[in-house]
Unconditional design. Structure first.
Length: 230
């Protein structure tokens, strides 16, 4: 869908400015996510090891979200309803982008509450796997969205729905059932929350990248294949 947008808007407009700001929001999200995971999973100093100011970065994302909304509203007020579909898509997407920032902040909070390096015990391999796949999906999403790469977008959507979401749920189910040995109740709870946050970050990433191939009504859903002629 965004490829059509750039074909329509060859010159600088409030709309193209808003789209670029959504790219900048994603860059901030990615920095927040990587810093939070590093603090929670790679250090024994928890939030004290953070090298970035997550609170200020979160405020910056919120400012961008408001600015994107204002730019879209102003553009539509001036240009009429011809670009309404693009406006609805962009306003919808920045909500997902803002939510990713919130989940990155949630991971940061886990690092504050669980300052020792968080380890999954007997379930560590599974936790590390969904962590790695979520990070990869997130980075690929940023690239696909920025470059309007429809094939990468489809691959991301399939990867999330086909396995990542299910694997996260299975890990949480096992943790709740007490199948992880060698973990304190607090650590088990932290791992369960962490996996849920990873799932939601991946889910919002899927929603965002779905805009590359889907019209507004199907944002966040699988791509609808055209019917074959009989």
């Amino acid at each position: 869908m965004w490829r059509n947008l750039f074909n329509v808007f060859r010159k600088e407009t409030l709309f193209t400015q808003a789209l670029r700001e959504s790219h900048e929001m994603l860059d901030i999200d990615l920095q927040m996510f990587e810093a939070s995971v590093e603090s929670l999973r790679r250090t024994d100093d928890g939030a004290g090891a953070m090298r970035v100011d997550l609170r200020e970065m979160d405020k910056e994302i919120n400012r961008y979200e408001r600015d994107v909304r204002q730019k879209v509203l102003t553009h539509l007020a001036v240009s009429g309803t011809g670009d309404l579909a693009y406006g609805l898509v962009l306003v919808s997407i920045v909500i997902d982008i803002e939510r990713i920032g919130d989940y990155a902040k949630n991971i940061y909070d886990l690092a504050r509450y669980h300052p020792e390096q968080l380890h999954g015990g007997t379930m560590e391999d599974g936790v590390a796997d969904v962590e790695s796949r979520t990070a990869s999906l997130f980075r690929d999403m940023v690239k696909a969205f920025r470059e309007n790469d429809s094939e990468m977008a489809r691959s991301i959507m399939t990867s999330y729905k086909g396995s990542l979401s299910t694997d996260c749920e299975k890990l949480v189910e096992r943790l709740v059932a007490g199948e992880a040995s060698g973990l304190t109740p607090g650590t088990s709870a932290a791992i369960a929350l962490y996996v849920r946050y990873l799932k939601r970050i991946a889910g919002h990433s899927r929603n965002i990248v779905s805009s590359v191939v889907n019209p507004f009504p199907r944002i966040g859903y699988r791509e609808k294949k055209p019917k074959k002629d009989r």
